[in-house]
Design a protein around this ligand. Structure first.
Ligand SMILES: Cc1cc2nc3c(=O)[nH]c(=O)nc-3n(C[C@H](O)[C@H](O)[C@H](O)COP(=O)(O)OP(=O)(O)OC[C@H]3O[C@@H](n4cnc5c(N)ncnc54)[C@H](O)[C@@H]3O)c2cc1C
Length: 405
């Protein structure tokens, strides 16, 4: 049941409390480099810090504030969560670690799970006690998700898993995985043979191998399944319904549907940070901010970001969404991730010869923050569906253009 919409006075009180809490409790610089996104948690130190941070925010009531009370949420109207998340942004609070749990597995379980599953999984997911990962991509089947080949063969009241998943973010840390596997190799089409599991990770037969990223960080793994046995109770949504469950998960992952848990899974880039960088940059003895070409570009980026933010606000106004309800969220993933990639690339243009120095070099501008942001910006244009795939989806499902295949 939806909680009552709060009055302006109630929201103002709540905002003051949230502001005070984040002012007092936010640690932005714990003395080591924090990950920019949940996809590059490399060290135990980073993991432990972020797990503890999420637990603390949850226990203070600022994460999952609008999720149902009976499963561990706060039971409040979603306006309260929006206010709390704004406070996190104001104080540049660290990211939330359990993105796959809280962002996509949790909403899916709340929507379609049994009472028992909700009781079991939701609260420890909110408190970051149970970390979740996602086993969709395979070495030969990333964009072609429907072709997933990992085998799940039913034997009595168990499934036996064999195969491999790749690019599993948080895969070596997670307790559970949302897993897409093939239960029927003779189904009439590739989609019909798939099933979806809430799969325990810490069992015999599942091993992981870390993959180093472009940035030098870690954060995802290849996951190997060798005769791993899981209880048949781990099946979610019924045998043969894996494709439908995966598509519902992707609606959350790509932002087409949201059950806002609160906080940010990815550090939000603020164009004003680039303005600051430009103010302090000099070329040929003149402030780079005075260069008309640079000014023009920066103004254009500010307009683009403002347009995206306003567009996002349209979500909350049903009258403006009527014509193409899915079009806006689908477009947003594409436009926002591509813009951030361009913007971080642009930030390097202010650094002159220093643009060659990376994290760890004493000459690097802002300790290499911009370089790292630029290299990391590619992940979001690939994860959850590449920009090319996203363009196909927008064309076919939002604009109604003819299908490519
Ligand atoms: C940082 C990061 C974290 C990730 N985390 C996870 C995770 O936790 N769990 C998980 O399961 N996966 C994860 N992924 C994997 C991600 O979902 C896949 O990389 C993505 O779906 C693309 O698949 P692929 O890498 O196999 O590329 P491919 O599918 O091989 O694509 C290669 C290129 O061909 C293009 N292409 C392919 N098919 C088409 C088409 N039909 N039309 C036009 N162009 C096409 C693609 O756009 C791309 O440019 C992560 C990826 C990254 C970068």
């Amino acid at each position: 049941m939806m909680a009552d919409k709060p009055s302006a006075a109630e929201l103002k009180d709540y905002a003051e409390q949230a502001d005070a809490w984040f002012k007092e409790n936010t640690v932005r610089d714990p003395g080591f480099m924090l990950p920019l996104t949940f996809m590059e948690v490399s060290t135990d130190q980073q993991f432990d810090f972020l797990q503890e941070w999420q637990r603390k925010v949850y226990e203070a009531g600022y994460l999952g504030a609008s999720w149902p009370k009976e499963y561990g949420g706060g039971g409040l109207h979603s306006d309260f969560q929006r206010v709390a998340t704004r406070a996190m942004k104001n104080y540049d609070a660290p990211i939330m670690l359990n993105a796959i749990g809280n962002g996509w597995a949790g909403p899916l379980i709340l929507d379609l799970g049994s009472e028992e599953q909700k009781q079991k999984y939701i609260k420890p997911m909110l408190s970051a006690e149970d970390i979740w990962c996602q086993g969709f991509s395979e070495p030969e089947n990333g964009s072609d998700l429907g072709n997933a080949q990992l085998k799940a063969v039913k034997e009595g009241d168990e499934y036996v898993l064999n195969g491999s998943k790749i690019w599993t973010s948080l895969g070596d840390r997670a307790k559970y995985m949302i897993l897409l596997a093939r239960t029927d190799f003779d189904a009439p089409n590739k989609y019909a043979g798939l099933s979806f599991f809430l799969n325990p990770m810490k069992i015999d037969g599942i091993t992981t191998s870390r993959i180093k990223k472009l940035t030098g960080e870690y954060g995802f793994v290849q996951t190997f399944f060798t005769d791993a046995r899981i209880s048949a109770d781990c099946l979610f949504g019924g045998e043969g319904n894996g494709w439908s469950m995966a598509m519902k998960t992707l609606e959350y992952e790509r932002g087409a549907k949201v059950k806002p848990v609160g906080g940010f899974f990815v550090k939000e880039l603020d164009v004003m940070e680039i303005v600051e960088l430009a103010k302090n940059s000099v070329r040929n003895g003149k402030p780079l901010l005075d260069d008309p070409v640079m000014r023009d570009k920066m103004t254009q980026y500010m307009i683009d970001i403002q347009a995206l933010n306003l567009n996002n606000t349209r979500r909350r106004m049903p009258q403006l969404m009527q014509d193409k309800p899915m079009g806006l969220p689908l477009m947003n993933k594409l436009a926002r991730t591509e813009l951030i990639r361009e913007l971080t690339e642009f930030s390097l243009a202010f650094q002159g010869t220093k643009a060659g120095y990376y994290v760890g070099d004493e000459n690097a501008v802002d300790d290499g923050y911009w370089h790292r942001s630029y290299l990391n910006s590619f992940s979001a244009t690939i994860g959850g569906g590449t920009s090319e795939i996203q363009r196909n989806i927008v064309a076919e499902h939002a604009l109604g253009l003819p299908k490519t295949r």
